[in-house]
Design a protein around this ligand. Structure first.
Ligand SMILES: Cc1cc2nc3c(=O)[nH]c(=O)nc-3n(C[C@H](O)[C@H](O)[C@H](O)COP(=O)(O)OP(=O)(O)OC[C@H]3O[C@@H](n4cnc5c(N)ncnc54)[C@H](O)[C@@H]3O)c2cc1C
Length: 373
C-alpha cells in the first residue's frame, strides 16, 4: 500500500502536520499505537505561545476554534518557597501571549479537523526499514505499509529515529510524580489558595513542585525530585499509599498547604522520569524520512515541547506544500530551521532544570523572573 505522506504518531506534532497538509490538499495517513482518541487521559494544561504553538494553530486554520478552548485567567504565575512564602507573583491581566488550554481538548480539535479515517488507531509501529526506494513500516500486529515519505512524530522512544540517528534519550536526573486534587476549593481551600488562579512553582534544591489550576477546582501537580532512576526503582508505585508516603517524606518540613498536593491526591501517583536527547541532536539528510517534535529534539519538560512539536508539524507541512514535486528540498528547508530551534530550546530547558533543582533554587529563577518583568 502506498500513501502520500505517512506519519507515525497522533500526538500534537503529527496531527498538526496532517492538518496543515490537509489544508493544502495533500493527503496523509497517521498511524497511532493507541486504540482510540479517548484511550488515555491526555495530560493537563499547556500554555500555547504566540511565538511557536499559536503560529502552528494559525497555519492549521484553527485559530477561532483554539480561542474557544482557552481557560481565562490561567496565565497567573506564582513562585513560592517551601514554607509557603510568595516570592514572586505575576497576575493574568489578559494581555499575555501564553493562554492555557487542555492538551486533550487541543488534540481532539486537531483530530476533528481531519478527514474521517486519516488516523489509523491501534497501529503500533514495531520497526521501520529502508527499501531500495522508500521505507517499509511494520506494525505490531504483523501488517506493513510502504511509503516514499515517512515522518516520525512518535515521541521520545521513536521507532522511526533509527533510520536517521543512533541517538537515544538519556535520563536528565529529575523525575516527576503526577498527582491531582479534585474539588479543591471546597475540600482543600488552603492548597487551592496557595496554587492561586494559574500556575504555582515551589522550588528548593533537589525539589520542585509545579501545580496548575484546571477546570472545576481540579489542581494538577508534578512533584519533581532530583534523584537517580535507581532511587525511584526502590519505590513500588503499584502500592499507591506507600509510594505517596515515600515521596511525601522527601518534603518533610514544607508547608502543609503544599504537601497536600502529594498526600491527598485523588489518583494514584504516576512516575514520569524526564529524558532528553543530546542538545545538538541532528542527522544527515536521508531521502524521504524526517522527524518532528520529541522524536527529533526531546528535552526535559520546559514548557516548550508541545509548542515546538506543533510548530515543527506546521512548518514541515508548509514546506511540503511550497515545494510540490521536491520532497528533498522541502525536508531540507524544514530541518535547516528545526535543528537550531530545537537545540536552542533544549539548552534553555537544561538551564531551567538547573535553576529549578540546583543548589541556588529558588533564588536563581526568582532573579530571572524579576529581571523579566
Ligand atoms: C511531565 C511533563 C510535562 C510537560 N509539560 C509541558 C508543557 O507544559 N508545555 C509544553 O509545551 N510541553 C510540555 N511537555 C512536553 C510535551 O508533552 C512534549 O514535548 C510533546 O507532547 C511532544 O509532542 P509530540 O507530538 O512530538 O510527541 P507525543 O506527544 O509524545 O506524541 C507521540 C504519539 O506517538 C504515539 N506513538 C509512540 N510510539 C508509537 C509507535 N511505536 N507506533 C505508533 N504510535 C506511536 C504516541 O502514542 C503518541 O500519541 C511536558 C512533558 C512532560 C513529560
Amino acid at each position: 500500500m502506498n500513501t502520500s505522506v505517512t506519519i507515525v504518531g497522533a500526538g500534537l506534532g503529527g496531527l498538526t502536520l496532517a492538518r496543515v497538509l490537509h489544508v493544502h490538499g495533500i493527503p496523509a495517513a497517521v498511524y497511532e499505537a493507541e486504540p482510540s482518541p479517548a484511550s488515555r487521559a491526555q495530560g493537563g494544561l499547556l500554555d500555547i505561545h504566540d511565538y511557536n504553538g499559536q503560529l502552528a494553530v494559525e497555519a492549521a486554520g484553527l485559530t477561532a476554534e483554539f480561542r474557544s478552548l482557552i481557560l481565562e485567567g490561567r496565565q497567573e504565575l506564582r513562585l513560592v518557597s517551601h514554607d509557603g512564602t510568595v516570592l514572586f507573583k505575576q497576575p493574568d491581566d489578559g494581555t499575555g501571549g501564553r493562554p492555557e488550554v487542555h492538551r486533550g481538548e487541543l488534540r481532539q480539535l486537531l483530530i476533528d479537523s481531519l478527514p474521517e479515517g486519516t488516523v489509523h488507531w491501534g497501529h503500533k509501529v514495531s520497526g521501520v526499514r529502508a527499501l531500495a526506494q522508500g521505507c517499509e513500516v511494520a506494525f505490531a500486529d504483523g501488517g506493513t505499509v510502504t511509503t516514499d515519505l515517512l515522518v516520525g512524530a512518535d515521541g521520545a522512544w521513536s521507532k522511526v529515529r533509527p533510520l536517521l540517528s543512533s541517538a537515544k534519550p538519556e535520563y536528565s536526573g529529575v523525575s516527576s510524580v503526577e498527582t491531582f486534587l479534585h474539588d479543591s476549593d471546597r475540600l482543600f481551600p488552603a492548597t487551592a489558595e496557595a496554587v492561586g488562579g494559574g500556575m504555582l512553582l515551589v522550588l528548593a534544591p533537589g525539589h520542585g513542585i509545579t501545580a496548575h489550576r484546571e477546570r472545576d477546582g481540579i489542581l494538577h501537580a508534578y512533584i519533581g525530585l532530583q534523584r537517580p532512576l535507581e532511587w525511584f526503582d526502590g519505590i513500588d508505585f503499584t502500592a499507591p499509599a506507600a509510594a505517596t508516603a515515600r515521596i511525601a517524606a522527601e518534603y518533610e518540613g514544607w508547608s502543609t498547604a503544599l504537601t497536600t498536593l502529594i498526600t491527598e491526591s485523588a489518583t494514584a501517583p504516576v512516575l514520569r522520569p524526564h529524558y532528553g536527547l543530546p542538545i545538538e541532536h541532528r542527522w544527515e539528510r536521508v531521502p524521504g524520512v524526517t522527524l518532528i517534535g520529541d522524536a527529533a529534539h526531546l528535552a526535559p519538560p520546559n514548557g516548550e515541547g508541545a509548542n515546538l512539536a506543533m510548530l515543527d508539524g506546521a512548518e514541515l507541512g508548509l514546506a511540503l506544500a511550497a515545494h510540490p514535486g521536491d520532497v528533498e528540498g522541502a525536508l531540507a528547508e524544514y530541518e535547516q530551521a528545526m535543528f537550531p530551534r530545537g537545540a536552542e530550546t533544549a539548552a534553555e530547558g537544561a538551564h531551567l532544570q538547573r535553576q529549578m533543582f540546583g543548589p541556588d533554587a529558588p533564588h536563581g529563577l526568582l532573579a530571572e523572573f524579576v529581571a523579566g518583568t
